[in-house]
Design a protein around this ligand. Structure first.
Ligand code: AMP
Ligand code: MG
Length: 299
């Protein structure tokens, strides 16, 4: 998934820890093998190769993730869109990236639009109504994998743990001898420094940032979170951190709010029960969904 996964478990034997972590790590590979747009053999890649001519069976799990993603597309007015893949490929940020030719970008943008997906839920299959479309679950698959990995830990009796997939976290229980885990949020402009931290229990906390994958040309930062209405990197935020019951929801909401920008992004987050967060605007200003969360933060 192009990131480092770190799993911390506590209050168990070393043997129990080792086997639980191994099982949980397996979920990341399993889900990447299903949902990566970069792995030619993945289920999502099979849709991208064949979905223009036929509906492709994807199985229950991929369909569920895609259905959840499309629901977030609707709720965000299309700011979040899992059919952004043709435009993502054009920017090539996984390989350094470069500014696309304008005409090419316009052509690829016509292929983007979650309403152009065709579902056959009874057959767990998905296809495209426009030739050349493509799926990208990169904004949600990591969160989904974190949740599935945490399920594995819990099934193996672990009650105190953190799973951190490059800023997508889920935590259960507490640090030994404490009531909580202390979780840091990366500063979007100071590499290796924390913007703030929270003392948390039993939650997911996910950050989307323009510092994760980007290049700079003529002093302008071009990053990996794209606005489907323009095909350009979204300009409203430096980062968005979302707390939610699951990492899947937090992951999708963080990306959606990033594209929406501080004002609409806050409204979007506030409208979702159990979801809260903090948005760092393009000017570095912090915008909180609620005062209580702001008071909880250590700076
Ligand atoms: P995240 O790091 O969770 O914010 O996800 C960013 C990744 O999601 C990018 O690397 C793209 O693969 C994909 N992506 C970019 N823009 C969007 C968007 N507007 N909606 C959905 N996925 C996107
Ligand atoms: Mg995301």
């Amino acid at each position: 998934m192009g990131t480092v996964v770190e799993i911390t478990v506590a209050n168990c034997s070393e043997d129990q820890a080792r086997s639980a972590i191994k099982e949980a790590m397996g979920e990341f590979k399993r889900i990447d093998d299903l949902m990566s747009s970069y792995k030619p053999g993945s289920v999502v890649s099979r849709v991208n190769q064949n979905g223009s001519s036929a509906k492709v069976p994807v199985g229950e799990e991929v369909l569920r993730v895609l259905r959840d993603a499309v629901a977030i597309s609707g709720a965000s007015g299309g700011a979040f869109d899992p059919t952004i893949w043709p435009v993502v490929q054009l920017w090539g940020l996984d390989q350094g990236g470069s500014i696309p030719i304008a005409g090419l970008l316009t052509n690829k943008l016509e292929l983007v639009g979650y309403k152009k997906l065709i579902f056959d839920d009874s057959k767990y299959s998905v296809g495209f109504s426009v030739t050349g479309m493509g799926l990208d679950l990169g904004a949600v698959a990591k969160g989904w994998a974190v949740d599935r990995a945490m399920e594995k830990l819990m099934a193996l009796g672990i009650r105190n743990a953190i799973i951190d997939a490059g800023g997508d976290l889920r935590i259960i229980g507490a640090r030994p001898g404490k009531e909580f885990w202390r979780i840091g949020v990366q500063h979007p402009r100071e590499s290796g420094a924390l913007l703030l931290s929270f003392d948390l229990k039993d939650t997911a906390i996910v950050t989307s940032g323009d510092y994760e994958r980007f290049f700079v040309a003529d002093g302008v930062r071009y990053h990996h979170i794209l606005d489907p209405s323009t095909g350009q990197p979204a300009r409203g935020c430096q980062s968005v951190t979302v707390l939610a019951p699951t990492a899947s929801e937090a992951d999708a909401c963080a990306t959606a709010a990033f594209v929406l920008g501080p004002s609409e992004g806050l409204a979007f987050l506030r409208a979702r029960p159990g979801v809260r967060g903090v948005i760092v605007g393009a000017d570095g200003q912090l915008h909180w969904t609620d005062e209580a969360l702001a008071r909880m933060a250590h700076r």
